[in-house]
Design a protein around this ligand. Sequence first.
Ligand SMILES: [Zn+2]
Length: 165
Amino acid sequence: MSEEQVLPFLQLSPSSRAKCRKCKKIIEKNDLRVGFPYSFRLPSGEVTQSYRWYHIDCLDRKQLAQLKQGFTKQDAVVTHPKYQQLMKQLEKDKQLQKNLDIFKQFLLDFAKNKNFEFSEEEVLKMGKMQGFTEKQMKTWLKTLYAEGDIYRAKDGIYGLTFGEY
Ligand SMILES: [Zn+2]
């Protein structure tokens, strides 16, 4: 088997045997599932490839981002209700990512004269003037924190881990 990049694969589960790698529960037969490829070396030295399977509802943001880069699928999946749901989610996520990138740029511009640190209160105030809502900004801050783009420097103060130092 070649070592060229293999895309994630969407299919209807052919059996009720595989467990989801995230929730550890069985993926029922005919449920929509996604496989993320990984390769491993056989005792013979040959490199081969297999999939780690997940429920559609168990994918995290990173995996959704990976799916957005492209995937292959079984023809039959397009009639599965969860497939349409997934396509909508990917589209929504694309929009969210775009807005998040704009907010990150705003944070960078805001914090670069302050040693790349900022208080949440200040950002929420300045962001509102840029047209972001407080709810959006709080969600984005949480996401950036979860993804390691910002850290808590001290109480109510965040620091950036991206940008020039
Ligand atoms: Zn699951």
